[in-house]
Design a protein around this ligand. Structure first.
Ligand code: AMP
Ligand code: GLY
Length: 424
């Protein structure tokens, strides 16, 4: 029976994707989103409450009588939204605050990986009493990887072959944060593994690869992600098996061994060298954006059943199935993104927001979109929307996603034209 009340927290492309899937669940009767975007307003009731307003969100969940709260971004999790929902007996998809520190603090994540014996780059913690030159010498010969130990929205990492640049970033980070991480450079190719887990078990979603640089050929500044595809052929069965044995199993054991177990999705950012032995680059405590837009549609099992089970430690009871399909998404970014995105521009061409061809289908995921006073669709963020597609082959999905994005007009916008090219 479709009688469940679900609140999705967040307002980007990931949350639009969550709403699209939840809307199709046979269990969901009422869908709410806070704050949502123009796209979610067609699927859910939007509430003007920020994703960082923990009190407001708690209050809303209670008033709605929510059966499930699905948290998109990390900030409310680090601010203890899941802990507070647990206190009032509302199931939450997303971990409690001390487990969310895996994303909130890169140093904490490193310490956990050391404890759990999970492969990751060697590192130094540097403060104003450290011998910075000796640490730089230690990792000389490869680019230096410097990471701030704060939630920095993708802007806290510098990878550079320029010793001066590395030293400067180390010093400014110590000034603002007191300490900073210097990591050994890991060669290889990156892939993401999203693992839904709870106290009873875990399930790995098909591995994906995202494109973090702004421009074609991995040029330009780092972004939140300009596109993604899945499954990523880089993650062969053998690599997947190794990832499960050396990373997922020990992390699941660690995250469920004491107190409230990890309930939600663990985003494992992997570096895969030629040897195929995966290393962890980072953990996030949420679905990736845009990885969510392409992995969730491959889930065959009712998404509410999966998310609700993982929020109540019943995941092991489910037999979770996936479609034998490929998916890809291409992000349409505002002029100036990621440094100085221009907002408030009209978006045209969205009347036809799904297309189908040769067994594939494409759709639009809204991200930074809203309506102006006249009811016209306008851009409100750096990543404005993405065109996603799924189909029997990666080629067909990528082709259709591009076909759809070419029909959308937003002055000054840009998108990468080489999404998934490495896999094709
Ligand atoms: P992070 O926020 O930790 O994922 O780092 C951002 C990006 O920096 C990653 O997606 C990688 O491309 C790169 N990176 C981070 N750590 C390393 C490392 N140890 N070796 C090589 N590249 C890295
Ligand atoms: N697309 C990378 C992330 O969500 O962190």
């Amino acid at each position: 029976m479709a009688d469940k009340v679900v609140l999705v927290v967040g307002g980007g492309g990931r949350e639009h994707a969550l709403c699209m899937e939840l809307k199709q669940s046979k269990h969901v009767g009422e869908l709410h989103c806070a704050p949502g975007n123009a796209g979610t307003s067609f699927l859910a009731k939007n509430h003007a409450i920020s994703a960082t307003d923990v009190e407001g969100l708690l209050n809303l969940a209670e008033i709605l009588g929510a059966d499930l709260v699905v948290v998109g971004p990390e900030a409310p999790l680090c601010a203890a939204l899941a802990d507070r929902l647990e206190d009032i007996g509302i199931p939450c998809f997303g971990p409690v605050a001390h487990l969310a520190q895996l994303e909130g603090s890169k140093l904490h994540a490193k310490q956990v990986m050391q404890k759990a014996n999970v492969p990751t780059a060697a590192f130094h913690v540097l403060s104003d009493t450290s011998d910075i030159e000796a640490a730089l010498d230690d990792f000389a010969g490869n680019p230096w990887v410097v990471k701030r130990d704060v939630l920095a929205g993708g802007k806290g990492v510098v990878v550079t072959e320029d010793r001066n640049e590395a030293r400067t970033f180390i010093n400014t980070s110590i000034q603002s944060d007191e300490q900073v991480l210097l990591e050994e450079f890991l060669p290889g190719e990156e892939a993401s593994m999203l693992v839904i887990m709870d106290g009873s078990g875990y399930v790995c979603l098909p591995a994906s690869q995202d494109h973090k640089r702004a421009f074609d050929g991995d040029e330009g500044p780092n972004t939140g992600g300009m596109g993604a595809y899945c499954p990523a052929p880089l993650v062969t069965d053998a690599v997947c098996q190794k990832t499960i044995e050396s990373i997922i199993e020990p992390m699941h054991k660690y995250l469920t061994s004491s107190g409230t177990p990890y309930r939600g999705v663990l985003y494992v950012g992997l570096m895969i060298p030629e040897s195929g032995e995966p290393n962890v680059v980072e953990f996030n405590v949420r679905f990736g954006d845009p990885e969510c837009q392409i992995t969730l549609p491959l889930l065959k099992t009712d998404v509410y059943e999966v998310l609700e089970a993982a929020s109540t430690d019943r995941l092991a009871e489910l037999n979770i199935e996936f479609h034998d399909l490929f998916a890809a998404t291409v992000v349409l970014a505002a002029e100036g993104y990621p440094n100085t995105p221009v907002k408030g521009r009209l978006i045209h061409g969205l009347s036809k927001n799904t297309i189908q061809s040769a067994g594939a289908k494409a759709w639009v995921n809204h991200a930074g979109t809203s309506f102006d006073a006249q009811g016209h669709l306008v851009s409100t963020g750096g990543r404005v929307l993405s065109c996603s597609a799924s189909g029997p082959t990666l080629e067909a999905s990528v082709k259709l996603a591009y076909e759809l994005i070419r029909t959308i007009e937003l002055e000054g916008s840009h998108y990468r034209t080489d999404i998934a090219s490495r896999a094709l």
